[in-house]
Write a protein that binds this ligand. Sequence first.
Ligand code: NAG
Ligand code: NAG
Length: 405
Amino acid sequence: MVAAAVYGERWRLVFLGALLFSGLVLEFGQCQQEEEVRTPTPSRKPKPSKGKLATGAAKATPKSKIKATLAPPVAANQGPAHLTQVINKGKFQRVRDSLIVQSGGTLELRCRGKPVSWSVPDYLEEDNEGRLRIVQHDRYSTLTLSNSTGADTGEYTCFPMYCEDRDCRKQYNKAVTVFVFFPDPQELFVPSASYYEVIQLRTNWPTVLPCQVTSPDAKVSLHREFPPGEVTVDGAEITFNVKRGFTIHRPKPHHAGELYCVASLGRLRQSSVKYMLIYVNYPVAPPTPVIQASSSSVAIGQNLQVICTVIGEPDMVIDFTWDYPGQQIGRPMYTQESVHPVDGGPERQQSQSVLQVDEVREVDGGTYTCTAENLQGSRNTTTVVQVLVASATSRTKVKAKPKKP
Ligand SMILES: *[C@@H]1O[C@H](CO)[C@@H](O)[C@H](O)[C@H]1NC(C)=O
Ligand SMILES: *[C@@H]1O[C@H](CO)[C@@H](O)[C@H](O)[C@H]1NC(C)=O
């Protein structure tokens, strides 16, 4: 049935693939070298670091040079980036939204702008073994990825930078992205670092099973481990996109379980890593608490109750927390929580927390805040309680807010 790939070996296979194709690359590489020799800044050998591939001239170029070469801010603020693929020496091709480069080959992209910043698949940012080179030229930047493998498949984005003096920032609205496939004759799936991936399925949140293939021609299907069988991809509830994988648009409890993808191309048939889908009942929004004190003004010695109520979806846990004036001095207060269904209308539930203040003291006057939290977030609401200090002359003193005359 499904070719059982030994996942632990995947990385090794990828590197083996790189070796097998290295012969092919040598010739190609030669041309690259010739061009790079003419690069005016040989000192600029960018060492892409984790998570950041900014190649703004600002970092690598001596200060004196920056002033001379940086275009004034207005000029740098051109239209959207322009991305071309260098297909041969001196031959360019405007890129569309995706490209195919046979694994083992070299990807060379050129992006107009100075300076520009690139983003590449995560795995490449961390571990590219010197295969990735980014060079900023006068009016454009080149990204060269040599000895490519199927694992390099993913999005490559060029961000034109907007600079004021040496302060540069990415212009996200002008970015151009190209998705590059590196079809690998041995690896239909982009290798994953782990054998298992745990994915949370949240109610009504689209969930992606990122079984990314290295070739756009691969046929991909979705399968369930128990009970074994193919999952119907109807194009509505579940869709497939060759650049992303499968998307479950409105997860329901029945989508949970262990799933995996199967890709086939020609005579090759492989399965992806396993995705453990765990269903989490998610509320649609953070709770909206409503607060009410048993009385907005209490005399010293009386009891006070502050009630915080949330009406929401059934079976959703609400966590209540309180902030109150007596907190700082450690006034003991206790809360009582309860949940019950709301009668009538659609299925709703009322969650309530009651803060009990026994024998109110002067220090209990002030603002009471109730914070209600669910998996979507938290919201708070407040009420002000005045403590009436009865004196011999029945003078009223307000602790929380000075009373207006
Ligand atoms: C590509 O692979 C060949 C052969 O293994 C190697 O000699 C060359 O240095 C590699 N190029 C890069 C940029 O890693
Ligand atoms: C209440 O919510 C507001 C707005 O979200 C936040 O700024 C404030 O810190 C919250 N107060 C408490 C006591 O959590």
